[in-house]
Design a binder for this molecule. Structure first.
Ligand code: GDP
Ligand code: GDP
Ligand code: MG
Length: 306
């Protein structure tokens, strides 16, 4: 079994080789931190999908902190970049880590466009909470496709947790209502609600999600305690525009970034932090049930540069 850190490290291998190897190569053979080198570093940061603003600010920090005339300063380039990136993530994520489950049930609504990994993430999340001794129930409020509920039911079975479902085409809000209701009467610690993500009727989708949110809130004042937006890391910057729309409709509280294992765009976490001002809560590094991890800035930055 791989440890968590090993999993993130191997998950981030493509990003790391593009970013770190690229910068290392550029440094080798240089005698000082000149504009040419800074430009290459900026290019590598942007290629990792960090966003132009973040990349430019990191370059400014390098210029500020390192003396371009001193050869001994060159090896410090990585330390400065690492520290700057870490501070940015910590500012957003704080030291507190994941939100506490203050209320029972703690209701989590999961949103995002089709195919980003919502249903898979919910299965993994259920497993995480269950392994932590929590009682978990899932709600199959993606009633748009019959297969979607079936897929969630398979994950419920794998994670050995309860599920509430209805017939295909049922009102998704009613499934959310029934899920919170069942969570309350069965004394569940956590209720996680899956939703649809079809894009071609986007405004209807947003209305549907708003309605689900309203119904949850009415059934349990204070809920949903979290609205997690799932973003596919392989789509990089394109995900950010989507994120804004979802945020506007249902007040997202945090991001789950999936498919980091298949991409060189792992720098997207910094762009999310910078442009959306939302914390990354979990990262997905594979398709298995234990391939979801709470996001920890330090571990992430270490894994990126290790
Ligand atoms: P949904 O439409 O948002 O519910 O997405 P699904 O949960 O159905 O996932 C879509 C595809 O992405 C599936 O084939 C998943 O196995 C895959 N997937 C989800 N998360 C990850 C991940 O972290 N890594 C990889 N490699 N694949 C993932
Ligand atoms: P509105 O769209 O915000 O006006 O919300 P509604 O009051 O119409 O309720 C939205 C959905 O939540 C309904 O279509 C029902 O499916 C569901 N709902 C609301 N109240 C109940 C209830 O008491 N029991 C069940 N099972 N579902 C409910
Ligand atoms: Mg799904």
């Amino acid at each position: 079994m791989k440890s968590l850190v090993q999993k993130i490290r191997s998950g981030l291998s493509r990003t790391r080789s593009s970013l770190v190897d690229g910068i290392s190569k550029a440094i080798t053979g240089k005698s000082r931190l000149d504009d040419d080198l800074l430009e290459t570093i900026e290019e590598r940061l942007i290629a990792a999908d960090m966003g132009v603003d973040t990349a430019m600010e990191v370059i400014d920090v390098l210029r500020d902190r390192l003396n371009p005339r001193e050869r001994e300063e060159l090896p410090k380039v990585f330390d400065v970049i690492k520290q700057e990136l870490l501070e940015r993530l910590q500012k957003m994520n704080g030291r507190a880590g994941q939100p506490e489950l203050a209320e029972r049930p703690h209701v989590i609504m999961v949103v995002g466009v089709n195919g980003v990994g919502k249903t898979t993430t919910i299965g993994k999340l259920a497993h995480l909470y269950k392994s932590d001794g929590k009682r978990v129930i899932l709600g199959a409020a993606d009633t748009f496709r019959a297969a979607a509920q079936e897929q969630l039911a398979i994950w419920a079975e794998r994670a050995k947790v309860d599920i509430v479902r209805n017939k295909p085409g049922a009102d998704p809000a009613s499934v959310a209502f029934d899920t919170v209701s069942a969570a309350q009467s069965r004394g569940m610690d956590v209720a996680i609600i899956d939703t649809a993500g079809r894009l071609h009727t986007r405004s209807n989708l947003m209305e549907e999600l708003k309605k689900i949110r309203r119904v949850i809130e009415r059934k349990q004042p204070g809920a949903p305690h979290e609205v997690l937006l799932v973003l596919d890391a392989t789509t990089g910057q394109n995900g950010l525009a989507q994120a804004r729309q979802f945020h506007e409709a249902v007040q997202v509280t945090g991001i789950v970034l999936t498919k980091l294992d298949g991409t060189a765009k792992g720098g997207i976490v910094f762009a999310i932090q910078q442009e959306l001002q939302l914390p990354v809560r979990f990262i997905g590094v594979g398709e298995q049930i234990d391939d979801l991890q709470p996001f920890e800035p330090e571990t992430y930055v270490e894994a990126l540069f290790a």
